[in-house]
Write a protein that binds this ligand. Structure first.
Ligand SMILES: Nc1ncnc2c1ncn2[C@@H]1O[C@H](COP(=O)(O)OP(=O)(O)OP(=O)(O)O)[C@@H](O)[C@H]1O
Ligand SMILES: [Mg+2]
Length: 226
């Protein structure tokens, strides 16, 4: 089964607004790691939000983990996202007054299917991921006391807990230096390989492309973007 399957997908923010996405064909296979690039304003973040069901796909075919998102309500898309997708945001979206552990566990509280997918008990699985991403010693600390690189790995643990089939990441490494970026991606991929999760990863840093199976470029849109 494909993690993502798209045919003739078009997206506009408003019915009379500019066409932001126009993608004739795009597939991500189970376990495949795809690097998504394109100039600023080309629609990379929009694309991730459409694939995750945050924004509605109104024209064309969009299947994510076997579910046709074009036929789902906003609530149904929210549930599917919680069950099947781990999202790493550029700004991490961590809750500053919660501990590292509480942040990592949030998706399980919000989505029962995700909790059911845990292969071991919640704490064991969380500790295993945290150790793998080298934040094991910080689990009880307020997340606001961590460095940017450590916070990023908390966001990755949160995305990975409960083994979603698809990991979406929107420039999660932009605040980090080259060596730390590469290490983060390697650790992330090791976790994804264990569960055969597919990865769709947005970054401006082309030097990261060799780490991925494939790249996919969104075209520059006429007259916009810089
Ligand atoms: N909520 C919105 N309403 C209307 N237009 C929007 C909205 N969000 C983004 N856009 C427009 O959609 C286009 C694509 O934006 P998007 O944020 O997806 O680009 P991007 O490729 O992620 O850029 P960057 O590399 O700078 O993050 C831009 O022209 C932007 O102005
Ligand atoms: Mg963006």
């Amino acid at each position: 089964m494909s993690a993502v399957s798209i045919r003739d997908l078009k997206f506009r923010y408003h019915d009379d607004g500019p066409l932001i996405l126009d993608i004739s064909s795009f597939d991500v296979q189970t376990g495949e790691k795809v690097f998504l690039l394109g100039p600023s304003g080309s629609g990379k973040s929009t694309f991730l939000e459409v694939v995750s069901g945050v924004l509605p796909a109104k024209a064309g075919k969009l299947e994510v983990c076997g579910h046709d998102l074009t036929k789902k309500s906003a609530h149904e898309r929210d549930v599917l996202r919680g069950s099947h997708i781990g999202y790493i945001f550029q700004s991490f979206n961590l809750v500053p007054y919660l501990s590292v552990q509480e942040n990592i566990e949030l998706p399980l509280l919000l989505n029962q299917e995700r909790a059911r997918r845990l292969k071991k008990d919640r704490v064991t699985e969380m500790k295993r991921l945290a150790d793998h991403l080298e934040i094991g010693p910080y689990l009880t600390r307020p997340v606001s006391q961590l460095s940017v690189g450590q916070q990023q790995r908390v966001a990755a643990c949160r995305a990975l807990l409960g083994s979603p089939e698809l990991i979406l990441a929107d420039e999660p490494t932009s605040a980090l230096d080259q060596e730390v970026r590469e290490k983060f991606i390697r650790l992330l991929f090791e976790c994804c390989d264990e569960t055969k999760a597919a990865v769709l990863f947005v970054s401006h840093d082309r030097t990261l492309i060799p780490l991925f199976d494939r790249e996919f470029a969104l075209p520059k849109r006429g007259g916009e973007g810089w």
